[in-house]
Write a protein that binds this ligand. Structure first.
Ligand SMILES: [Zn+2]
Length: 136
């Protein structure tokens, strides 16, 4: 079983590699800035239920709101520095690592399955850094 820091970091790393910065910002604005799911949903033109879904997944991994907030705060600067490996052209998503052409619903699965080593190495580096500099 993965610890909360690793699980949340992996979730956010995969989103960022997939080019889904919006979800990461939605999570940050809820947990750190204290905005409501409907405000965030309005801003990014997604439903507040989807925003709640993202946040619930993070909180489930940390088992508490406070723990989730602490982890997201600590890892966020590193997550935002990661370059996506997916390039979106119209409705096609191209993987820059292996040139696979993907549909949007398969992007995260592709990254998790085909580029597990890349994901794990980025996650390890981030977890190591935050453990050295914070209490999470
Ligand atoms: Zn690929």
């Amino acid at each position: 079983m993965e610890d909360a820091v690793t699980a949340i970091t992996k979730y956010l790393v995969i989103k960022k590699l997939a080019g889904d910065t919006l979800t990461i910002l939605a999570i940050k604005e809820y947990l750190i800035d204290g905005l409501s799911p409907s405000t965030i949903g309005y801003k990014y033109k997604i439903s507040k239920f989807r925003v709640r879904g993202y946040i619930q997944r993070i909180i489930d991994k940390a088992r508490s709101h406070a723990a989730a907030t602490a982890v997201v705060k600590a890892v966020l600067p590193y997550i935002l520095g990661i370059d996506p490996i997916i390039l979106r052209i119209g409705n096609t998503y191209i993987c820059l690592l292996c040139d696979a052409h993907l549909k949007s619903e398969n992007v995260e699965h592709h990254i998790r399955r085909r580029h597990r080593d890349v994901v794990n190495s980025i996650v390890e580096q981030i977890v190591l850094k935050v453990r050295r500099h914070s209490q999470v």
